[in-house]
Design a binder for this molecule. Structure first.
Ligand code: HEM
Length: 492
């Protein structure tokens, strides 16, 4: 591989990152000092430069790198061939006709959420994050998938104590994700030769394995999650065989028709495997793991950040509430797909919240060809991270980037922007497969919250310590105060 030398920069990566984040309050990048320290220890000999992925967080934000970046490396990765086959197989399960059938489950779980929140009415404040996470995990698992494992964020007992299983499962996801983030922040200088980069990476991993207790926690968390999902798959397969319960699937010929009725994701995978795609149990498990992670952590973060902003901007909250009143006219009925599509203002609120607080703050890609960014040549073969967080704050595209302004998503404003000015779901072939699912889920949860409670955030934006992990979360949760909205006819 030809080694292209980039122009050298002298500044320290961690300093550069913090400097660019100062206007946002305290953004915690607590893995970076450790990582940089590790790197320094290993790369003490010249000419290895400290110029690294960390800078690309900055560069990628200011220059469009999307067109030359082809495939991803990093989290939840699989080989290109495997990814392509699985993506093709899973895509029909996100068809709008199928999503329609999920609206009921969104409502069912959101109803439980607002009921559970009643006990917080009158309290001086509480962290809404755990409540929302439980709701989102329950939605993604649904009773079919979670049967035997993490069912019961809501008190419906599973075969073993549901609450315990929720804890095991959620904690496993959390520990694993944290540890994965730690591993991913091992930085390798991009102008090092391929051999040197591999050597550095191996040494980093070795140090990580030997010197930290994190690895044990990571392994334990991950194995708990994997075993849990293995059990669920076996259990589900056994049940399908026993009861030959295929009646929930309509065999009317086309790919979409097969899934018209609501079936759990796991059922769809099991069917697809039988259909000849020949997924092994381990491959099914990998998909379930991915969905459990991608499908709940991302949405719960997004919902919580939106609640936070609504709790700060009461004018926006009132406007969103008025829109809901217009749709439901005081009724407590659950939303239909048509209702959700009519929530245009709430959609703008959600999009603007995701702009300021993207659940996935960055993603990795492997460069297939050399790329010029800001006068620097980054050679093919490098793994880079693209910062969604910074990209969404480009002042050329969003003139007042820190201001929370849902009108940024008025159609006429969107039409004037670069297509990649806003990429919370990434872009290109490996973008988020669940974005429509996520938008419907968010609208349902948020509309339930707004219809039943008036929200007040107890912290200011600058007081929130943001953790830039795989998922961007507030370190100490989101503290809210809620009061019921009194309706003449319907009280909760
Ligand atoms: C607000 C909510 C969400 C956000 C912000 C989000 C964001 C993203 C982003 C940025 C990626 C690309 C990651 C990368 O390239 O490394 C991604 C991938 C993915 N997301 Fe989401 N996501 C959300 C919700 C969901 C939901 C609800 C599901 C499933 C029901 C889901 C399933 C997936 C899957 C399976 C991938 C991998 C796609 C592939 O590699 O082909 N996501 N998501």
């Amino acid at each position: 591989m030809p080694v292209h030398r980039a122009k050298q920069r002298d500044a320290e990566p961690t300093e550069q990152v913090s400097a660019d984040h100062t206007h946002l309050g305290r953004v915690q990048s607590h893995y970076l000092p450790h990582t940089t320290g590790t790197l320094r220890a290993i790369c003490s000999e010249p000419p290895v430069s400290m110029l690294s992925q960390t800078y690309l967080f900055i560069f990628a934000a200011k220059h469009s790198v999307h067109l030359k970046v082809h495939s991803r490396t990093g989290r939840l990765q699989k080989s290109r061939e495997k990814w392509h086959t699985h993506r093709k197989m899973i895509t029909p399960t996100f068809h709008f006709k199928i999503l329609d059938s999920f609206v009921d489950i969104f409502s069912e779980k959101s109803q439980i959420l607002i009921t559970k929140l009643q006990k917080e009415v009158g309290s001086t404040g509480f962290d809404v994050y755990q409540y929302v996470t439980r709701c989102a995990l329950d939605i993604i698992c649904d009773k079919h998938v979670s049967n035997g494992c993490c069912r019961d964020g809501d008190g419906h007992p599973g075969p073993r104590s549901g609450r315990d299983k929720f804890r095991i499962c959620h904690c496993s996801v959390r520990v694993s994700v944290n540890m994965l983030t730690f591993r991913m922040t091992l930085i390798v200088p991009f102008q090092a030769t391929e051999i040197l980069r591999q050597k550095i990476f191996q040494q980093c991993v070795l140090r990580f394995n030997v010197t930290t207790t994190h690895n044990g926690r990571y392994a334990t968390g991950w194995h708990t999650l994997m075993n849990c999902n293995r059990q669920v798959i076996q259990e589900r397969k056994r049940k399908q065989l026993q009861s030959k319960e295929t009646s929930h699937i309509e065999q009317d010929g086309d790919d979409i028709g097969k899934w018209k009725k609501r079936v759990a994701f796991l059922d769809m995978l099991l069917e697809a495997a039988e259909d000849g795609a020949k997924l092994t149990d381990e491959e099914i498990r990998e998909e379930v793991d991915t969905f459990m992670f991608e499908g709940h952590d991302t949405t719960s973060a997004a919902v919580c950040w939106t609640l936070f902003l609504l709790g700060l901007h009461h004018d926006v909250q009132d406007k969103a509430y008025e829109e809901l009143e217009g749709i439901f006219e005081g009724s407590d009925r659950p939303p239909t797909m048509k209702d959700l599509n009519e929530m245009k203002y709430l959609e703008r609120v959600i999009k603007e919240s995701l702009r300021l607080y993207p659940s996935v703050p960055s993603f990795s890609r492997l460069l297939k060809e050399d790329i010029e960014i800001g006068g620097y040549t980054i050679p093919a073969g490098c793994s880079i991270r693209v910062s969604i967080y910074m990209n969404n704050r480009n002042s050329d595209q969003f003139p007042n980037p820190e201001k929370f302004d849902p009108d940024n998503f008025l159609p006429e404003r969107v039409a004037k922007r670069h297509p990649y000015a806003y990429i919370p779901f990434s872009a290109g072939p490996r973008n988020c497969i669940g974005q429509k699912f996520a938008m419907l889920e968010e609208k349902t949860m948020l509309s339930y919250m707004l219809r039943h409670y008036r929200l007040r955030s107890l912290d200011k934006r600058e007081d929130i310590n943001i953790l830039m992990e795989l998922i961007m979360r507030p370190e100490n949760g989101i503290r809210l105060n809620i009061t019921p909205r009194i309706k003449e006819s319907n009280k909760i």
